[in-house]
Design a protein around this ligand. Structure first.
Ligand SMILES: [Zn+2]
Length: 414
């Protein structure tokens, strides 16, 4: 076998091994604390809920193990069975090598690659989440979500692929810069359009009714000079009992969105604290900073694809003929995760720093930290979060600090 094949195989298997090792550490850590509620949580959570959170964590770990091994096997088969060059041959034979035909090839492979995961998505929703009382999705909603996702990919993703492939034909050696600019423009357009055109396809949004909660949240927005067009309730309970809050849109189109499940679970001061935390993200400019980072990453990605597209050895290693950019795009799409996986601790560390900053902001504008702590405790309890992750595991995967870490950071604030 060729060295590129060995290297690819190595990248894929090393990632799987790292995933399994981290999961094993975490599982042992959870089991070591399973019999008794750790001291720090004894006043926060009752025995049955704690046991249930341990069982939920372990069940997700078992499921994750099977899913990771299965998806790795699917990836290996797709990469090394020769099915991709065969499919490309089929498409170029039938449709030619135009941008439209090659985009159709990429779209078809992407669609086919999403199919093997469907039974796992189904099991996760209707067995695992169901068993722990989170699932509220009906099979009808589940299927219609998938169908809508596919149609959106067809309406938005396919033309974008065609455009990128056209750009390769039009612009020569600097195509990667132009393709990146096109992707960036598309992403910015989506940031503006998604809240208006896409989110309503999946959920119902209604203005938060008049009353003390609305008064309180509007007063907070006023106090923090956060301009928002409206506060909306989203029917998150249509799919799950998990809860969340976020805001969408730009400038005067900005909307604050609260899941109906969140409003049911938290008291008014706790909801105010959650919103204050979200406003903190905005005030500290976390969102533009994250967007800038993702733009720089995709620029690096496109540059890398353009380099790969010029390497004959790379094409031959996977059974393709050089001279067509589509296989380079495809292989990059399939393999980028094996490299970016290793950056996730850094990105998550960065994200956790932002969470601390948003928490500190919330405590400052509320002049107290107790409401936020109360909200975080309830959210951890209601979502059956793992209260005792292994530090390596949470360090690698968690975009948010653990409950204990956040409480410790908030202690003494405001
Ligand atoms: Zn946050």
């Amino acid at each position: 076998m060729n060295i590129v094949v060995w290297l690819t195989l190595g990248l894929i298997l090393v990632r799987l091994a790292a995933e399994r090792w981290l999961a094993l550490l975490n599982r042992r850590h959870v089991l070591a604390h399973a019999n008794e509620i750790p001291k720090a949580f004894q006043r926060i959570i009752d025995e049955p809920t704690y046991k249930k959170s341990v069982a939920y964590t372990l069940a997700k770990e078992r499921f994750g193990k099977i899913e990771e091994i299965y998806s790795t096997a699917v990836l290996l088969i797709v990469l090394f069975s020769g099915v991709l060059p065969w499919a490309l041959h089929l498409f170029s034979h039938g449709l030619g090598q135009s941008a439209w035909a090659m985009a159709a090839f990429l779209f078809a492979v992407g669609f086919a690659m999403s199919l093997p995961g469907l039974p796992f998505d189904w099991f996760s929703q209707f067995r695992l989440e169901e068993k722990f009382g989170f699932n509220t999705t009906t099979p009808k909603t589940w299927w219609s979500d998938r169908l809508k996702g596919l149609l959106l990919a067809l309406v938005l993703g396919y033309p974008l692929l065609v455009l990128i492939l056209k750009i390769v034909q039009w612009t020569g050696v600097w195509w990667w810069l132009w393709a990146w600019a096109a992707l960036l423009a598309f992403q910015l357009l989506m940031l503006v359009l998604a809240p208006v055109l896409i989110l309503p396809l999946f959920n119902k949004f209604t203005p938060l009714p008049e009353g003390s909660l609305r008064e309180r949240l509007l007063a907070l927005a006023e106090r923090t000079r956060f301009r928002a067009q409206s506060i909306q309730l989203m029917d998150g309970s249509k799919r799950s009992r998990h809860s969340n809050a976020f805001f969408t849109g730009f400038g005067r189109f900005r909307k604050i969105v609260l899941f109906d499940t969140l409003v049911q679970q938290l008291t008014e001061p706790e909801l105010e604290a959650v919103l204050a935390h979200e406003i903190g993200h905005y005030k500290k400019k976390h969102i533009p900073k994250m967007l800038a980072f993702s733009a720089v990453s995709s620029l690096a990605g496109f540059y890398f694809i353009s380099v790969l597209a010029g390497q004959d050895w790379f094409y031959r290693a996977f059974g393709f003929e050089p001279g067509n950019v589509a296989p380079a795009l495809l292989l990059f799409g399939l393999l980028a995760g094996t490299v970016t996986f290793w950056f996730s601790p850094l990105i998550h560390w960065w994200s956790r720093r932002y969470e601390y900053q948003a928490d500190a902001f919330a405590a400052r504008v509320m002049s107290e930290a107790q409401s936020l702590i109360g909200a975080l405790r309830k959210l951890n309890e209601k979502n059956l979060s793992n209260l005792t992750p292994h530090p390596f595991y949470s360090g690698f995967y968690y975009s948010h600090p653990t409950l204990l870490e956040r409480e410790q950071a908030l202690a003494g604030k405001a």
